[in-house]
Design a protein around this ligand. Structure first.
Ligand code: DGJ
Length: 788
């Protein structure tokens, strides 16, 4: 609900309220973002106005050593007013929202209220940028226009309220209404000024194969900045952050989450001012950024997503997951099952050929896999990573009868056909580079710093996305692909567009993103029905911008089950897990050399968009048969795992997760313990998201193979215990007779959520009998929960 009452603006979601007013100097003064204030469509105007007056800043004298706004307004000091959009030069000394350099070189702006209107109809897309989408009636929108009177430059603020998800989106736009060129030096997407301090900021950091490590710091006077200058949203610092109270935990406490629908350099800052107020900002990273606007031109900043919850991190994640599924995921993929895939990368890296891949595909088909993905190496003369990016024609040595014929052979086996591309890159050793050296992002006359032996195409040059788009669209349409993995394997260096004049070089990184989004538009429109998966050396560009085109993103090049559990848990704070692709790979793991049980690799991966990435063709039959069982099991529970609601039940050295179907009748839980400890045998599984009034059957299926190994293991290390208790072989026989069913209970949803179920004790060093759970290092279990 949005209410405008004279100078007061109330944006209300189911549980939250966002309120501002236009003050006596015309500045939009932020009043509140947090718990609902109890306002409804029926609340009398006067009540809302009175409440706003009560929340407004009160000053009756000029603060010492500060700047007053004007001689007529000696009690308005912008330095200590909560604002919707701060600029510089009129007394506000904090991190600004917008900075414009005018023709005379000055950078002082004073954006004051001009008008506001409610926007009707379906939500319009942002110019050149991905954004949240809403059909008519699914969201309410408010446009507020501010103007810098001295120059005529306008600042437009747009707010979109997604009531059911407790989400409010903000975006901003600068329109050059002056008679001369101006340079936008900074334009943020959201600003929230809080009246108090004492917050913490949690953000997610990492590197290649170490994505989404959670880090929490106190927010004090020294600015806390989370940002990327990688050219991509980056694995170094994801744009998703949470501001919260120190005591906020998974299930209780206030949290304000922020994200950006943008895939390039971003910036989030939080800091406390001299008077104890906290300011949060997010938007495009101002480092190295400037954008020239001729008279009449406009600059559109990306859309920011804000979510408030007082139900802890879990409550916030639930809101954001729902929002992303409904208003970010492309409409055509909402609620649709994603296919189980086999990717060729870790199976054979660059060493691919039609015959090798068909052998792999036959094994995949035998295991019940649905989609076969040819990763890197199928094009140009690409035998390693030193050449051919940009040469998007098939390598006839590897695929003598061409891609189309290869795809048809897959389809004859009942497999869908997927392919890898890296459309934003160019190899110096490529036909494209030899024809168009000016299309590479590099600085003529300066030695280039290399990364993975490849350079970045200058997407800021509109000819480049058009060329790559039409080439790939023609090729891929003809081959009949069902899935495309869109990779991007470089961090920016030597940022420069040979297409732009000197005074516009500050636009390069942002124009690059506009070019990439244009390319996404071209390809997704040319190839309707094709499932796009984002990737950037794993998770170097995991963000809401990419998710507007790609329903799923490869979360990490790290496929080790233990690392993946942590990485996927990190993503789950801000992103639903069906957006995160996750694969079972071989052991020893290629990134960590760790051996984890096959069951655990499956149990962790099945919580994402699921697939395999290993050489199935040469696996022992028993392992292949096991994988076939996994695929069958996955298909049985796919709808719950892909479209259900995900909850983190416990994070840390033990991971407990649950995914609950929309109708709350079916759920899959997962428990994984990183390292076993002796004599810590008791463990609970406390569910979430179920219907308290339903009765559920809770059961697990212990792996027969695990039990056998368990028996052998205990027999070897501790024969005394075996003799003292029942014999391992009897135990195995019993489990097998029970069809592998290890734990089973019937109980109400309220009991399962309220107190949880006490699991069988895991082996603790002394006892061993038929009531012992085999739980060594990296062990895990899936729990199935079905309403009776
Ligand atoms: C990086 C990706 O993350 C991998 O999965 C794989 O596609 C390689 N690139 C191929 O070069």
């Amino acid at each position: 609900m949005i209410r405008i009452i004279n100078n007061c603006f109330a944006l209300c979601t189911e549980h939250s309220a966002y309120v501002f007013r236009v003050n006596e100097t015309g500045h939009p003064e932020h009043l509140h973002y947090g718990a609902s204030l109890g306002w409804t469509a029926d609340t009398p105007d006067g009540v809302i106005e009175n409440d706003c007056a009560a929340m407004a800043e009160k000053r009756s004298f000029e603060l010492g050593n500060t700047v007053v706004y004007s001689p007529e307004h000696k009690t308005v000091m912008l330095e200590d007013l909560r604002l919707e959009a701060a600029s510089v030069g009129k007394g506000d000394l904090r991190d600004p929202f917008a900075v414009v350099r005018y023709a005379d070189g000055s950078t002082t702006s004073d954006f004051v209220f001009e008008k506001a209107e409610l926007l009707k109809g379906a939500k319009a897309p942002l110019e050149g940028l991905p954004s949240s989408h809403a059909a008519e009636g699914e969201a309410e929108q408010l446009l507020v226009i501010l103007k810098d009177a001295a120059s005529g430059v306008a600042l437009e603020l747009t707010y979109t309220v997604y009531e059911a998800f407790d989400v409010i989106c903000r975006s901003s736009r600068i329109v050059n209404g002056s008679g001369s060129d101006v340079d936008v030096l900074r334009l943020m997407s959201a600003q929230v000024d809080f009246s108090e301090d004492g917050f913490e900021l949690t953000s997610f950091h990492g590197a290649w194969t170490r994505e989404m490590e959670k880090e929490t710091v106190p927010v004090k006077h020294a600015l806390v900045v989370n940002s990327s200058v990688c050219g991509a949203s980056s694995n170094r610092s994801n744009p998703f952050v949470m501001l919260h109270r120190p005591q906020t935990c998974e299930s209780f406490g206030e949290v304000w989450a922020f994200n950006l629908i943008y895939s390039g350099n971003h910036y989030e800052s939080a800091g406390v001012n001299a008077y104890g107020k906290t300011r949060f900002l997010n938007g495009i990273n101002p480092q190295g950024f400037s954008f020239r606007l001729a008279p009449g031109e406009a600059f559109q900043a990306p859309e920011a997503v804000m979510c408030w919850s007082d139900r802890g991190f879990s409550g916030m994640s639930q809101c954001l997951h729902g929002f992303v599924r409904k208003h970010i995921t492309p409409d055509e993929w909402q609620g649709l099952s994603r296919p189980v895939l086999l990717n060729s990368w870790e199976a054979s890296y660059f060493d691919i050929s039609e015959s090798k891949l068909l052998r792999l595909a036959r094994a995949a088909q035998g295991a019940g896999i649905e989609l076969f993905v040819v990763d890197d190496g199928w094009f140009g003369r690409r035998d390693d990573d030193t050449s051919s990016l940009g040469d998007w024609f098939v390598n006839k040595k590897k695929f003598p009868s061409g891609l189309k014929a290869f795809g048809e052979k897959l389809k004859a086996m009942g497999l869908q056909f997927g392919i890898w591309i890296e459309p934003e890159m160019i190899s110096v050793d490529s036909e494209l580079y030899r024809a168009h050296p000016d299309w590479s992002m590099e600085i003529p006359g300066r030695a280039h710093s290399e990364g993975r032996n490849q350079r970045i195409l200058d997407m800021a040059n509109p000819a480049v996305p058009e060329y790559i788009g039409s080439t790939l669209a023609a090729l891929l349409k003809d081959t009949g692909v069902n899935y495309i993995k869109w990779d991007m394997n470089r961090v920016f260096s030597d940022v420069f567009s040979q297409h732009l004049p000197a005074e516009r070089q500050g636009e390069t990184a942002h124009r690059y993103m506009l070019g990439v989004y244009r390319l996404f538009d071209i390809l997704t429109k040319a190839l309707p029905g094709v499932l796009f998966e984002g990737c950037a050396s794993g998770g170097n560009r995991f963000d809401l911008g990419i998710l507007c085109y790609c329903p799923q993103i490869w979360g990490s090049d790290n496929t080790d089950a233990l690392c993946r559990a942590r990485i996927q848990e990190g993503y789950s704070y801000g992103y639903p897990l069906n957006c995160v692709s996750a694969h079972v790979s071989s052991v020893p793991n290629h990134q960590t050399l760790r051996e984890t049980p096959l069951a655990t690799r499956f149990n962790v991966a099945c919580f994402g968009s699921f697939g395999y990435e290993l050489n199935l063709a040469d696996l022992p039959q028993a392992e292949l048969a096991k994988m076939k069982e996994q695929v069958e099991l996955y298909k049985k529970w796919r709808d719950v795992l892909q479209n259900g609601d995900f909850y983190r039940l416990e994070c840390g050295s033990t991971h407990k997760w649950i995914c609950v179907s929309k109708d709350k009748r079916r759920a899959v839980g997962m428990l994984m313990r990183e390292l076993a400890e002796a004599n810590t045998q008791y463990e609970d599984f406390k569910a979430a998201g179920l219907d308290p009034d339903l009765t559920y059957r809770f059961y697990s299926v212990a792996e027969k193979q695990d039990i056998r190994q368990f028996g052998d293991l205990v027999n070897t290390v501790s024969p005394v215990h075996i003799k003292q208790n029942s014999l391992a072989h009897n135990l195995i026989a019993r489990f097998v007779k029970l069809d592998g069913e290890a734990e089973c209970a019937e109980l109400s949803g309220s009991a399962l959520m309220g107190s949880g179920i006490r699991l069988l004790p895991s082996y603790g060093g002394t006892g061993f009998n038929d009531r012992t759970r085999c739980f060594p290092d990296f062990a895990s279990r899936l729990y199935y929960i079905e309403a009776i």
